[in-house]
Design a protein around this ligand. Structure first.
Ligand code: ZN
Length: 146
């Protein structure tokens, strides 16, 4: 069985070739780096939180097609979401990657549902999400200059 036939090939390939929100984010309020040593994927996530809402989110890094596509899809789905809603989606996505069970909240993220059949790739798909969750906890202190 081919991994890419199981995943919705075109959307994954598109997000890998043309990742969305792939850039540094000046003035980010949260940042974290993630590393998946099994595959060599390295992803950093940055976002700007304003009044409990993810105003802007971006990522950078290098890795396999699954890790990059998952990061790209994640940024498009979390932008403009409340932090608490984003955490709900994070939990649903981790469950999706491990069990293949989808729900309405996941929307187009469901294209990664097939990954659960490939245990070695689950960490590729969830890296960006675990990193995002780490970033939620890592507030960047604003440096005040007076
Ligand atoms: Zn990978």
């Amino acid at each position: 069985m081919d991994l890419f036939n199981d995943l919705y090939q075109q959307l994954i390939i598109d997000h890998n070739k043309n990742p969305r929100n792939y850039h540094p984010l000046a003035n980010c309020t949260h940042r974290a780096n993630g590393h998946n040593p099994l595959c060599g994927d390295e992803i950093s996530i940055e976002f700007i939180e304003e009044e409990g809402i993810i105003k802007q989110i971006a990522f950078q890094g290098s890795g396999c097609a699954i890790s990059i596509a998952s990061s790209s899809l994640m940024t498009t789905s979390l932008e403009k979401k409340k932090i608490e809603n984003a955490i709900t989606i994070y939990e649903a996505f981790i469950n999706l990657a491990k069990t293949g069970k989808t729900n309405r909240e996941l929307g187009k993220l469901s294209v990664l549902a097939g990954v659960y059949k490939y245990p070695s790739r689950v960490k590729c798909a969830t890296l960006a999400w675990h990193t995002f969750y780490g970033a939620v906890k890592q507030t960047i202190e604003k440096i005040k200059t007076e």
